[in-house]
Every structure is written in structure tokens, then in C-alpha cells.
Design a binder for this molecule. Structure first.
Ligand code: FAD
Ligand code: EPU
Length: 345
């Protein structure tokens, strides 16, 4: 029988390192264990938070309900397809995402090497269709298995069912809080297909002395190198990666801004232009800013303005207040609306 702990500190379970408490806390290592938990009266009655690695969460207060921590393990190759030179790989939702990337590389399978070193669990990856360095989860996604919270029923979601978008899926909007992802199945390639469209990868490969067509391992190595140089390691400085999404604005709005700020970068997307929020925040003067007593307890990362950080001792409400100030400042200076990527609780 699964156990429910009471009044548990969530500090070890969120990468901002915020010391909030959960009224109830339990772990599950299988879909069946999860179903048993969901039937407990305290769990049925309470608000539920499904927790992976806590790397995309900002707690602004204690969690008054039940935190259910996903620890479903398992990595396996389900099948090989000789014609398409692909393999289906199934991962338990509680596996670490980067562990899955390493497993794929060990099995000589490519397709997710550009997503190396993204923190968190496999099960959370579809929630916001994780993406980095020219790749997204949806590029290799085949299907996922999820347990419906209300009924305990297992449901399979195809890519189309998931409604993936930029940092979006149905699990963040129409089906929010309704399903627990228990396994993810990817279709990976036996034939390496290096994806080096993201400029920094080519530059880094050259810097690392890697010539010719890179192997998936080498692409992974380059991505790891770039990420370590830019993004703060949560083990050292509390953070949840990009705090905001990169906003998509109309072509007309982009042209107006570009005439005023000729060095504003922009990437065409259907219906407009995506602009880097990090650029807007930096240009508005917030990069490296620190708030709070002494040398500052929280602020904007000095090497990546899109990342808000807890230097130690900040509260989630303080970080949320800083985010709100940044949203207002960017709105005032550029008439662009920023939206948080991080889930604020
Ligand atoms: P959590 O933070 O535990 O949960 C996130 C949300 O998903 C919550 O709403 C939670 O309830 C829900 N959830 C979690 N697991 C499940 C499940 N099994 N079923 C249903 N709902 C669930 N993201 C990117 O896309 N690209 C990046 O390059 C990137 N870089 C990052 C760098 C750093 C340093 C950090 C700290 C974060 C970064 N992120 C990035 C964000 C984060 O790593 C991803 O969003 C990741 O997928 C979150 O996984 P998690 O297990 O930690 O999720
Ligand atoms: N930039 C600045 N100043 C900054 C930061 C960025 O001017 O302080 C500008 C530069 O012009 C740079 C551009 O922004 O060329 C893009 O910067 P970067 O390559 O660092 O990427 P990003 O847009 O800031 C996005 C994702 C990251 C992902 C990287 C790499 C979002 C919200 N963020 O960041 O994802 O790792 O691209 O692909 O889309 C995350 O989601 O948590 C995350 C870290």
C-alpha cells in the first residue's frame, strides 16, 4: 500500500530551491501504485500536483493538497523497423530526460541529441513539448500513455491528440490537471541525421575541433558545452530555465520595433515573428540585476536574461513579483507582452 507523508518540505524537489511544504506527499513507481493512491480518500478530496524533477515550477506558497512524485522507471527498445531504419523506444515517465538521451546514444539511436541536458523527467517533456537547439520533443514523439485522474483509466495519446505547439500541449490547457503521463514512446533513427541548423552548434563543434559531419554523440557534446556556458546549474544557483516564453509578434509590430532597434533579432514563424525575450529583457536593463538584502537573494541571471534566479533565501512570491516587474517594463518599452513558461503555483 502506498504511503502518504504529511507536511513534507519540497525544497529538494524544486530547482528554484524554494522551501515550501506539501500538506501530503507520496511517490509512485508504477501506474497501478498511482491508481491506488488516487483512490485514497485524502487524495481524492485534495488538489493534486504531479511532480517530476520540479525544474519548471515556481512555488509561491505551501501546497495545500497532495504532491504525487513520479518515480516510474524503465527504458526499452520496443521494436525496430528495418524499412524506415527506426526504432521505437519506451521510457517510464519518472526516468530522467537526459538519462533517456544517454540511453539513446548508447543504443546508437539518434533524434534527441539536440535536447541533451534538459533537466527533469521524461513524463513532463510532453507537457510543454520541450525544445532546444533546433529540435523539439514532437519531432521524435510517437505516443504516450497516461492515467486519467478522475477514473484511473489508461489512455494512449498520439502526437495529434497531444496538440503540441511551442512550449504547449493539451496537457497545459484543455486537459490541464486531468492526466498523469506514465510512459512516453519515441521513434528514433538508426541512421544518424545531424541537425546543426542552430548556428551555435556549428560554431561550438569547430571550437571543439570536430570537423566533418558530426556524430550524434558529438552534437550532444556541443549542446552540453553551450548549455553549461550559458545556463546556471540548479545545483549551484536556483532557477527553472527560461522563465518566459519567447513572444511571437505580428510582422507589422516586428517591423516597427526593428526600425527603432535595428539589432533586434527575429525568427519567422507562421503568422508573425518570434523575438528573443532575453534580448528584450537585457535591452530593458535587467540582465544581472539583483534584488533583496546583502548582495541580493534573487534576480536576473548575468549570462542569460531569460533566466530568473534564486541566489539563496528568496521566496517564490519575490521571484513572481520580479517577473511581474519585468513583464511591465518590457510592455512599456517595446509594447510586447511576455508570458511565463514556468508553472507558477
Ligand atoms: P516539473 O517541474 O516537475 O513539472 C512541470 C509541469 O508538468 C507541472 O505542471 C507538473 O504538474 C507537470 N507534470 C510533471 N510530470 C508530469 C506527468 N508525468 N504527468 C502529468 N503532468 C506532469 N525546457 C525546455 O523546453 N527546453 C530547455 O532547453 C530547458 N532548459 C532548462 C534549463 C534549466 C537549467 C532548467 C532548470 C530548466 C530547463 N527547462 C527547459 C525546463 C524544464 O527542464 C522542462 O520543462 C522539463 O520538462 C520539466 O520537467 P520536470 O520533470 O522537472 O517537470
Ligand atoms: N539574448 C540576448 N540576451 C540574453 C539572452 C538572449 O540578447 O541575455 C538573445 C540573443 O540574441 C540570442 C537569442 O536571444 O541570440 C537567443 O538566445 P539563446 O540561444 O540563449 O536562446 P533563448 O531564446 O534565450 C531558447 C529556449 C531555451 C533553449 C534555447 C536553445 C525558450 C523560452 N527558451 O532560449 O529553453 O534552451 O532557446 O534552443 O524558448 C527553457 O525553455 O527553459 C529553455 C532554457
Amino acid at each position: 500500500m502506498p504511503t502518504l507523508e504529511e507536511n513534507v518540505s519540497l525544497r529538494p524537489y524544486n530547482t528554484f530551491g524554494l522551501d515550501v511544504r506539501a500538506r501530503y506527499f507520496a511517490r509512485f513507481a508504477s501506474a497501478d501504485a498511482l491508481r491506488q493512491l488516487l483512490q485514497l480518500p485524502q487524495v481524492r478530496a485534495a488538489d493534486k500536483l504531479i511532480l517530476g524533477g520540479g525544474s519548471n515550477l515556481l512555488f509561491t506558497q505551501d501546497f495545500p493538497g497532495v504532491v504525487l512524485k513520479n518515480e516510474i522507471r524503465g527504458l526499452e527498445i520496443l521494436s525496430e523497423d528495418g524499412d524506415s531504419q527506426t526504432a521505437l523506444v519506451r521510457a517510464g515517465a519518472g526516468e530522467s530526460w537526459h538519462g533517456l538521451v544517454e540511453y539513446a546514444l548508447d543504443q546508437q539511436l539518434s533524434g534527441i541529441e539536440n535536447l541533451s541536458l534538459i533537466p527533469g523527467t521524461v513524463g513532463a517533456a510532453p507537457l510543454q513539448n520541450i525544445g532546444a537547439y533546433g529540435a523539439e520533443l514532437r519531432d521524435t514523439f510517437d505516443h504516450l500513455e497516461a492515467v486519467e485522474i478522475a477514473t484511473g483509466a489508461l489512455r494512449v495519446f498520439s502526437a495529434a491528440d497531444c496538440g503540441f505547439g511551442y512550449r504547449e500541449s493539451v496537457f497545459k490547457n484543455v486537459l490541464k490537471h486531468q492526466f498523469v503521463v506514465t510512459a512516453v514512446v519515441l521513434r528514433l533513427h538508426r541512421q544518424a541525421r545531424p541537425n546543426v541548423q542552430y548556428g551555435a552548434i556549428t560554431e561550438t563543434l569547430a571550437e571543439l575541433g570536430i570537423g566533418g559531419e558530426p556524430t550524434p554523440q558529438q552534437v550532444s557534446q556541443a549542446v552540453v558545452h553551450i548549455r553549461r556556458s550559458k545556463l546556471p546549474d540548479p545545483a549551484e544557483i536556483g532557477n527553472a530555465g527560461s522563465f518566459f516564453k519567447n513572444p511571437e509578434i505580428s510582422q507589422a509590430a516586428f517591423d516597427r520595433l526593428k526600425s527603432q532597434y535595428p539589432d533586434l533579432p527575429g525568427y519567422p514563424v507562421p503568422g508573425g515573428v518570434k523575438v528573443p525575450a532575453g534580448w528584450l529583457i537585457e535591452r530593458a536593463g535587467w540582465k544581472g540585476l539583483r534584488r533583496g538584502p546583502g548582495a541580493g537573494t534573487h534576480g536576473v541571471h548575468a549570462r542569460q536574461a531569460l533566466v530568473l534566479v534564486n541566489h539563496g533565501g528568496a521566496t517564490g512570491s519575490e521571484i513572481r513579483a520580479l517577473a511581474e516587474e519585468i513583464i511591465a517594463a518590457v510592455r512599456q518599452q517595446f509594447a510586447v507582452e511576455l508570458h511565463p513558461e514556468v508553472n507558477i503555483l
